[in-house]
Design a protein. Structure first.
Length: 138
């Protein structure tokens, strides 16, 4: 089994994402594979052990087991890097992982009817666009 961190889990909508410790794309997590007790406590930042399988909409978790206590999500641990602009205004440059998490949060809130596969597809394109334009760290 692989290990990772829950990036986002929406118990009301019944899905979320796992960021694998080995890197790569986040893994879609649907509530249908969780036992009732885990559905009640699962939240962002929790460490999990999981098995994943490829599907036509990306990688999805097929088994999940909670590891240890709640911790902060990895994106929250990434220090913000400040970069000075010509006009002396400072802006925060996010890591690709942090930018990806923020996109997920916005999409879940703004478009609740989107499927996990659609969220992954939009997020992948936005992160790629941001990286090409130097808006996020590579």
């Amino acid at each position: 089994m692989k290990t990772g961190t829950i990036v986002k889990y929406d118990g009301t909508r019944g899905f979320g994402f796992i960021e694998p410790d080995t890197g790569g794309e986040d893994v879609f997590l649907h509530a249908s594979i969780l036992d009732e007790q885990l559905k009640q406590v699962l939240q962002g930042g929790m460490r999990v052990q999981f098995e994943a399988a490829s599907s036509n909409q990306g990688t999805k978790a097929v088994a999940v087991r909670l590891l240890g206590a709640v911790s902060q999500a990895p994106a929250a641990q990434v220090p913000a890097v400040k970069q000075e602009r010509d006009d002396e205004e400072l802006c925060e440059v996010l890591s690709a992982a942090e930018f990806s998490q923020k996109i997920t949060d916005v999409l879940i809130e703004a478009a609740p009817s989107m499927t996990g596969g659609q969220i992954l597809q939009v997020r992948r394109q936005l992160v790629s666009f941001a990286q090409r334009n130097g808006w996020v760290e590579a």
